[in-house]
Design a protein around this ligand. Sequence first.
Ligand code: NAI
Length: 217
Amino acid sequence: MQEKGISLAVIQRLPRYYRYLGELLENDVVRISSKELSERMKVTASQIRQDLNNFGGFGQQGYGYNVEYLYTEIGKILGLDKQYNVIIIGAGNLGQALANYTDFERRGFTITGIFDVNPRLEGISIRGIEIRMLDELENFIKNNTVHIAALTIPKLKAPNVAKELVRMGIKAIWNFAPIDLNLPNDVMVENVHLAESLMRLSYNLKALEESNENNKK
Ligand code: NAI
């Protein structure tokens, strides 16, 4: 399978294909044409064909796509056939919500540690994972394989904690703190900002309202 030179736009669409294909699999759908997939996903059939052709094309003329095969291959491209250990730094509202969410495990992401600085949280367990104090972090990382650190701490604390994580050998940070982290190029940072997504929604809502107003005139 050829994966070189795939555009970022395609890569960003893959999780959505993966989710739809997963739903099809749960409903025992064995194969699907690009037309049917396009109707479900509200993406043009030609876009789907183009996107999936990037990987040498999993479809067959007149047969469509084998759902399980496509799901597995996209999973491999996204690295989901592997297991990742994730630690959460910051056991407040968001950190605890992430720790309580069981679906990440189904995707191969296991939460193995939760850290905070608030002594009142020490020893409390979330789904069997004990909250530890931040001063135990370095030893924990030395003694356990950690692939990803989620940062759910106040934004002003995030840059320093991120630097510390990198010094301890962490190469992938899932950053929820609303601040840009300035880290070496070989460290991957994925920012998740719900507020930015809300702003996009607000923009689209505003555009819709304006177009309705204009239609009334
Ligand atoms: P929270 O106040 O409930 O939790 C923050 C936790 O971090 C507390 O338990 C605190 O003791 C701990 N903490 C503080 N300094 C620390 C350090 N140096 N090391 C380890 N733990 C430390 O706050 P909440 O609501 O959980 O939000 C956490 C962060 O996530 C904030 O930066 C917030 O802005 C952000 N956030 C981001 C969202 C997003 O869409 N990306 C959505 C909601 C919150």
